[in-house]
Design a protein around this ligand. Structure first.
Ligand SMILES: Cc1ncc(C[n+]2csc(CCOP(=O)(O)OP(=O)(O)O)c2C)c(N)n1
Ligand SMILES: [Mg+2]
Length: 658
């Protein structure tokens, strides 16, 4: 006997109420309000197989309104994923349960993205839809043919990033992207008319989206809207008029249901209203069976897909890319040979472009791009063709001036799998990407940020464009590898490390100005240790100069001058703090000996360098905003010259001898 849809949806409502009540924390309103829409999606439309959550051709479902996490946990449990179990759900928001407050991609298969920071789930979904179209163009519909579905709340559609993401999706014609808007007219502070009066459907229509409305509690109407969306070649916004907390008789329709437990009395009243008399966390058999059956809907489709994959001559390459395994030769070793034979005095941004000229033909899963600074970021390699709505096989994205949207889209591509995205902007505008960079790190995805113009060395554009506090701010993000290479060799090495970092993002901070190639010997990847001795003291070692990026050449000059005064000085190039911190203590002690006088030189704020120079060391940096002038004048003005630094070092050494 077919179980009524409303009963299926009420199972979601019951689990959401019970879990939030047990935790005495969480958000019941959104899952209760969107339960009907989600039930139609998961029982009739979504392509997925709970027996294999990672099936590469599954539809992607992103709960952008991540506070409604219980909606997703309930769906995964009901449709038959191995996790969460009912005990996991009982442990909602507690230590040991994968049912975290907000969905975490690394805790539960079936959670496609970490969501909660509003707007970003939506923007990541745009990246997933880009990835799908690209891989479909490369491998064909028989291997890649799926959709990306999103549930977004009022909050997602208020956040600025949805403007960037929706504009990009409309421009690229990502018709496989279908977004449900939980149009409940409620946010935390109360009714949405407290803070907004914009015409969202008109705005989306202006982006080039298809927009359709429905009653989010009328199953036939929900189906009608979805069918209309599926028939339209544009990305769709499906505005679902809903009542937040639907089923809680005294609180529904109010922000009281948004973010706290309903309370025992209201839960009891809701059970009565919903005619739900099962015990907490108990789903009556016929209802659970009907859900489990719905979870098997795509099993045949999955089997057929496996057969097509097995028969495909491209099976191996497809799986290599989807499983994130790099090709044996990434092109970098050959490029390093060339650099050793023919040293280059070029900006590290240019060195990155030349590295990409070697990498991109050898590593077909890269998709590059820039937020409208292609010529400055040097992100487009030789022969790289744009990704367009007409030709999604292209591997270069013109993101437009949408830094945050770009970064979030790259997260989505990496989460989708089969793609290694990299994208550029000025390092100063890493601030515009920062919430997405943080999510790259938290979600453990391989995204490479190419951030150029990395100091006052950019010159005349002045302090608005000159990063000073960005490097240390980025280094503070756990699981983000921040690289600041000193020359063309280190740039290629850092690219190799970034590509190999399968479980985390990397950021390359690159110079606008030319830098000499400091290494000419072919060697192992020295940047892999995070810091290494570039030049050993000739006189007995007294000082160790630690520098990054464009200041390494300066450190070499300072060392030579010190040697001239009989002071032995090592030069340590430190392209990546976090990799150095991971080395064994014997290595770290050898590079930064306790008994040496340590000096850091970096054209940014000195904050943080005390961990390497120690309390008695010296940090040369820029603890103020820069200024507008030619780069060389700025370096001189702010004391980044051997003339300025040598006396500081000798004075400090003399003071220590006192
Ligand atoms: C970037 C960001 N800002 C603020 C919050 C805190 N927050 C969580 S939910 C929410 C309100 C969202 O309203 P809506 O999307 O309409 O959700 P509903 O109340 O309808 O469930 C806010 C402000 C957040 N999670 N992310
Ligand atoms: Mg709302």
């Amino acid at each position: 006997m077919a179980v009524e849809k409303r009963l299926l949806a009420n199972a979601i409502r019951a689990l959401a109420m019970d879990a939030v009540q047990a935790a005495n924390s969480g958000h019941p309103g959104m899952p209760m309000g969107m339960a009907d829409v989600a039930t139609v999606l998961f029982t009739e439309y979504l392509k997925y197989d709970p027996a294999d959550p990672d099936w590469h051709d599954r539809d992607r479902f992103v709960l952008s309104a991540g506070h409604g996490s219980m909606l997703l946990y309930a769906l995964l449990y009901l449709t038959g994923y191995a996790r969460p179990t009912i005990d996991d759900i009982r442990g909602f928001r507690q230590i040991g349960s994968p049912c975290a407050g907000h969905p975490e991609n690394f805790l539960l298969p079936g959670v496609e993205a970490t969501t909660g920071p509003l707007g970003q789930g939506f923007a990541m979904a745009v990246g997933m839809a880009i990835a799908e179209r690209h891989l479909s163009a490369v491998f064909g519909d028989h291997l890649v043919d799926h959709r990306t579905w999103v549930i977004a709340g009022d909050g997602d559609l208020m956040e600025g990033v949805n403007h960037e993401a929706a504009g990009l999706a409309g421009h690229l014609g990502l018709g496989r992207l279908k977004v449900f808007w939980d149009d409940n007219r409620i946010t935390i502070d109360g009714a949405t008319d407290l803070s907004t009066s914009e015409d969202i459907p008109a705005r989306y229509a202006a982006y080039g989206w298809h927009v359709v409305r429905c009653d989010g509690h009328d199953f036939a109407d929900i189906r009608r809207a979805i069918d209309e969306a599926l028939a339209d070649p544009r990305p769709s916004l499906i505005a679902c008029r809903t009542i937040i907390g639907w089923g809680a008789p005294n609180k529904q329709g109010t922000s009281a249901t948004h973010g706290s437990a309903l309370g025992a009395d209201e839960v009891a009243a809701a059970r009565k209203q919903l005619l739900w008399d099962a015990e907490p966390f108990d789903i009556p058999d016929p209802i659970l069976s009907a859900w489990r059956e719905a979870g098997r809907r795509s099993a045949d489709g999955h089997r057929g897909w496996r057969e097509r994959l097995a028969a495909s001559p491209e099976q191996e390459e497809f799986l290599r890319r989807m499983e994130g395994r790099l090709p044996a030769d990434t092109g970098i070793e050959g490029w390093l040979d060339e650099l050793a034979a023919k040293p280059q005095k070029i900006a590290t941004r240019k060195a990155s472009e030349l590295a990409l000229d070697a990498i991109n033909p050898a590593v077909p899963e890269t998709i590059g791009g820039s937020a409208d600074l292609t010529g400055s970021n040097n992100t487009k390699s030789r022969g790289q063709v744009p990704f367009t709505r007409d030709d999604p096989s292209g591997r270069y994205l013109y993101y437009g001036i949408r830094e945050f949207g770009m970064a979030a889209a790259m997260n989505g591509m990496a989460l989708h799998g089969g793609i290694i995205p990299y994208g550029g902007t000025f390092l100063i505008f890493s601030d515009y990407c920062r919430p997405a960079i943080r999510l790259s790190a938290l979600q453990q995805v391989r995204v490479v940020y190419v951030m150029t113009h990395d100091s006052i060395g950019l010159g005349e554009d002045g302090p608005t464009h000159q990063p000073v506090e960005q490097l240390v701010g980025l280094r503070a993000i756990p699981n983000l590898a921040v690289f600041r290479p000193a020359d063309s060799i280190e740039t290629a090495e850092c690219w190799a490390l970034a590509l190999a970092r399968a479980n985390g993002p990397s950021l390359l901070a690159l110079s606008r100005q030319n830098l000499p190639q400091l290494r000419t010997e072919r060697s192992e990847n020295l940047s892999a240790k995070g810091a290494y001795r570039l030049r050993a003291a000739k006189a007995p070692r007294t000082a160790v100069l630690i520098a990054t990026g464009s200041e390494v050449q300066l450190a070499v000059e300072v060392a030579e001058r010190l040697e001239g005064e009989g002071i032995g000085a090592d030069v340590v190039s430190m392209p990546c703090w976090s990799l150095f911190d991971e080395q064994e203590s014997a290595y770290r002690e050898d590079i930064l000996p306790a008994d040496a006088f340590k000096v850091s030189i970096e054209a940014g704020v000195t904050l943080g360098w005390e961990r390497y120079v120690g309390p008695r060391g010296l940090s040369i940096g820029l603890d103020r905003f820069g200024a507008s002038a030619p780069a060389e004048d700025l370096f001189r003005r702010f004391g980044f010259t051997a003339d300025a630094i040598v006396p500081l070092v000798t004075a400090a050494l003399a003071a220590q001898g006192d």
